[in-house]
Design a protein around this ligand. Structure first.
Ligand code: HEM
Length: 567
């Protein structure tokens, strides 16, 4: 039997898993709770329930006591400790500063060469699925830190071996660029061909120690800064177009998928706000979103499932890279659009010492991959969680949004949005419960000691650390009712929890700089997400949806909208 180094802490997560399993099974008959059940049952099927019971975990009453504390904020100050430089060979684990927690050998192994990684890949994609791949290992190893392989493995990535971090205490080591190197790790253990990006290694793949990182990140700060006055009006225009289509399609067909119209609205909004260019009036027409979607598959295919037959997917996506030549002409169309639209920004790049061509490929990537790709995942997720919470929440949001706008002269402004605490909290809660970019990687720059809630673990220089963020942001040691969408979680005192909202590759309470790897668009993303909720509840009192899944996240269909009945 596995020995727990600190049973109280690790047991809290295990107990959380058990409590959810109990809740899932007891709610299965309640149709009112199908939304919550849908989320929870992803992790817990019948097999998982029986393995949880076989662990001889505490009774439900005890479990409840462990996980349903008040909303107090636990101080979590350190995620890792440096091993003193004098002890690079065989460092004494308890050298100063002495770790307070017991040292534990990192559990898990990588299996036999070639066979182990392929078996893990099949478990991850097909036999277990992503979330269960991780949760079953937490239970098996009784630890939130363990060794495993991450897809794609051979022949796309030469080394799939990683140390997995699944709690909110160990995860933040990935943000500390003095401890981890972030070179070529944006998509994971493999690096997509630079032929997909004009021959350049794009900013997202650069470590801050590389000279170009600071210049290129500064260029993106300039892009965001220079578009700030266009964001609110262009967002309103693009999303008014979206809502008009939505309403006419619901009237005609009884429902309308959100994915395609959201893609079109986001692409148009970004091009208009960043570059003052309107894609439908250019040679690109309305093709932008589909060209980007195809191009993104060439980057992310190795870590996605598209619902194709398993064998086909394994060969086409997970074993060999798709040849970049197949996407060359589509990419060129995107490049031509951005080149034509971004003259003003390219002039600024030149002044900063960046060649126009390299700057343009970076602008394309930041707009299409980082911004559009992120909004394509995040906005359906916002609709899913707000829609699933039902009309009581909708009523409160509509009241809050409209009253704040009223008292700000009828205008949507930054100041007005600051007076909408529930709306702000809802956005943070969606980013917490379902971070749009769930994976983060970092290579240990030197020997380190990582701390989870239960134990400390020695990591060797050069080993790959991997964090699966949705587990860290649903850590029961940090968040009460972690699996539940709690709309007002971050209102008032709850704001103290924002340091544990880490969707941007850093705490929500910190800012991106040219020295770190936090998302350059962090504040922009929160801003546009708020605008989305504001636009939604200015226009509608309530709405109803159906929820499914897609390759990149949630797929949402609107089945009805109730137009605003009061100002
Ligand atoms: C919903 C939208 C977005 C999400 C979820 C998101 C998320 C992230 C995450 C998780 C990272 C860190 C990846 C890693 O290194 O492991 C990142 C990095 C980055 N993001 Fe975002 N992002 C979004 C939008 C944007 C926008 C709007 C921009 C800029 C216009 C942007 C620019 C960047 C850049 C440049 C980096 C690399 C930062 C660096 O190298 O220092 N992102 N983003």
């Amino acid at each position: 039997m596995n020995r727990l180094t600190n049973p109280a802490h690790c047991q809290a997560l295990i107990s959380q898993l058990t409590l959810q399993a109990y809740q899932a099974s007891s709610m299965a008959s309640s149709s009112q709770n199908t939304f919550l059940l849908h989320n929870q049952s992803r992790l817990f099927d019948a097999k998982m329930l029986s393995s949880l019971h076989s662990l001889q975990l505490p009774s439900p009453a005890r479990t409840k006591r462990l996980t349903h504390r008040g909303s107090s904020v636990r101080p979590i100050v350190a995620s890792s400790t440096d091993v003193p430089l004098t002890t690079t060979t065989d460092p004494p684990p308890t050298a100063s500063p002495a770790p307070k927690l017991p040292l534990r050998k990192i559990p898990g192994d990588y299996g036999l060469p070639f066979i182990g990684p392929i078996k893990d890949r099949l478990d991850y994609f097909y036999n277990q699925g992503r979330d269960k791949y991780f949760s079953s290992r937490v239970l098996n190893y009784q630890s939130t830190v363990f060794r495993a392989n991450m897809p794609p493995a051979y022949f796309i990535a030469s080394n799939p071996n990683v140390i997995v971090l699944l709690d909110g205490k160990s995860f933040p080591v990935l943000f500390d660029v003095s401890k981890v190197e972030k070179k070529d790790l944006f998509t994971g253990t493999y690096m997509p061909s630079t032929q997909l990006t004009g021959g350049y290694r794009i900013l997202s793949y650069l470590d801050p120690s590389e000279p170009k990182h600071a210049k290129l990140k500064q260029l993106l700060f300039f892009l965001l800064q220079s578009s700030r006055y266009r964001v609110i009006p262009e967002f309103h225009t693009a999303f008014t177009e979206l809502f008009e289509t939505l309403e006419s399609q619901i009237a005609a067909k009884g429902k309308e998928g959100f994915g395609d119209i959201n893609d079109q609205a986001c692409f148009n909004f970004l091009a208009r706000a960043f570059y003052e260019a309107n894609p439908p009036e250019s040679k690109l027409g309305t093709d932008g979103p589909s060209l980007v979607a195809k191009w993104v598959i060439f980057h992310l295919g190795p870590i996605l499932t598209l619902g194709l037959p398993k064998l086909l997917e394994e060969l086409l996506l997970h074993t060999f890279s798709l040849p970049p030549i197949l996407i060359k002409s589509d990419y060129q169309r995107l490049y031509d659009f951005f080149h034509g639209a971004s003259g003003r920004i390219l002039d600024e790049a030149k002044k900063m010492g960046i060649e126009r061509e390299e700057a343009c490929h970076n602008l394309l990537f930041a707009t299409c991959f980082n911004s559009f790709g992120g909004m394509k995942i995040l906005f359906p997720s916002l609709v899913k969680y707000i829609g699933g919470a039902g009309s009581a929440l909708h009523e409160k949001l509509a009241e809050e949004v409209r009253s704040a706008i009223r008292s700000n002269g009828g205008k949507v402004t930054m100041a007005a949005m600051e007076q909408m605490p529930l709306m702000k909290s809802v956005v943070y809660e969606a980013l917490r419960i379902d971070p749009p970019v769930p994976f983060q990687y970092g290579r240990a720059k030197r020997d380190l000691v990582i701390e989870s809630h239960d134990a400390t673990f020695e990591v060797k220089k050069g080993e790959m650390l991997f964090g699966f963020q949705p587990f860290a942001t649903k850590d029961p040691e940090i968040f009460d009712r972690p699996e539940e969408f709690v709309p007002d979680r971050f209102v008032g005192e709850g704001e103290k929890l924002l340091k544990h909202v880490i969707w941007s590759n850093g705490p929500e309470t910190e800012s991106p700089t040219v020295e770190n790897k936090q998302c350059a668009g962090k504040d922009f993303v929160v801003w546009v997400s708020r605008l989305f909720v504001v636009e939604l509840f200015q226009r509608y009192d309530s709405f109803e949806i159906e929820v499914g899944t897609s390759a990149l996240g949630s797929s949402v269909t609107f089945t009805s909208v109730k137009k605003a009945s009061f100002e």
